[in-house]
Design a binder for this molecule. Sequence first.
Ligand SMILES: [Zn+2]
Ligand SMILES: [Zn+2]
Length: 338
Amino acid sequence: MATMRVVQVSRPNAAFQIVERPIPEAGAGTVRIKVLACGICHSDSITKEGLFPGIQYPRVPGHEVAGLIDAVGPGVAGWQPGQRVGVGWNGGYCGYCEHCRRGEFFACVRGQTTGVTYDGGYAEYMIAPPSGVALMPADLAPVEAAPLMCAGITTFNALRNSGARPGDVVAVLGLGGLGHLGVQYAAKMGFHTVGIARGKDKEPLARKLGASVYIDSQAQDPAVELLKLGGAKVILATVTSGEAMSAVQGGVAVNGTLLIIGAPESMQVSPLSLLMGCRSVKGWYSGTSIDSQDTLAFSVRTGVRSMNETYPLERVSEAYDRMMSGKARFRVVLTIGS
Ligand SMILES: [Zn+2]
Ligand SMILES: [Zn+2]
């Protein structure tokens, strides 16, 4: 029987194990994907540390998957072996629950989460339902595509649904794994793009990524600086500090939005600022497979790419620790297969 290597977590907080398993068959209503690259995302700690209610072990993490369909199960329409595809955090939806019937597929009550409710992309092969699969453009390398399946779609899809229009001031708070993509997408979408981060040393990077204004939040008050520009129609908050989020709130324009995609435990909000300026604070779920497909297509057309550090599958523990250290510039990607 043909086997494959996978990286599994056998129980919460256990070390990664590289094990051989039989290559799974594509069952009814699923496709089998030969994985070529898989990004390592901070959310993989949910699987590693057992933070997801009801998660079952052993489990293979990984929801920034890029690869090729290599087998199609019975009853699957519209997908064929040989297609280049990606799989992201949203691992598929049922299509018939009330949310799905309203087109809110991300909120499906039977929704799957890749690498959490089923085995993900830290593996040579994986199985996925077609509703979780996005087409990957021919001229996008798997290593380039992988991080766009989570960090990319999250920033791209939040920005394109933010209500900001070309020419509006859009600020991106944080210049890490999410933020360095957010600045690029904001600039390519035609926004007057502002990068906000700590320290003067990040300014050249922000400008290289497309920011026309840089605010050093250590030396300047970001809210005051944004108001000098008329306020930000949207501030995309990518950081994991509630304090940093609270500190920019005063820079949101009238009718503007503080759009949250980073996940600190709490933050302070000024109700007076919200009601006096019809401002809002809103969260954004990354998106589903068609949003990922749009993200990949937009990225390849406009040249948006993440900056990546790559590791072979065998060095997964080192790669994961590097990601968790927060020192990676900026995404960590496993290369898999030949
Ligand atoms: Zn992720
Ligand atoms: Zn559903």
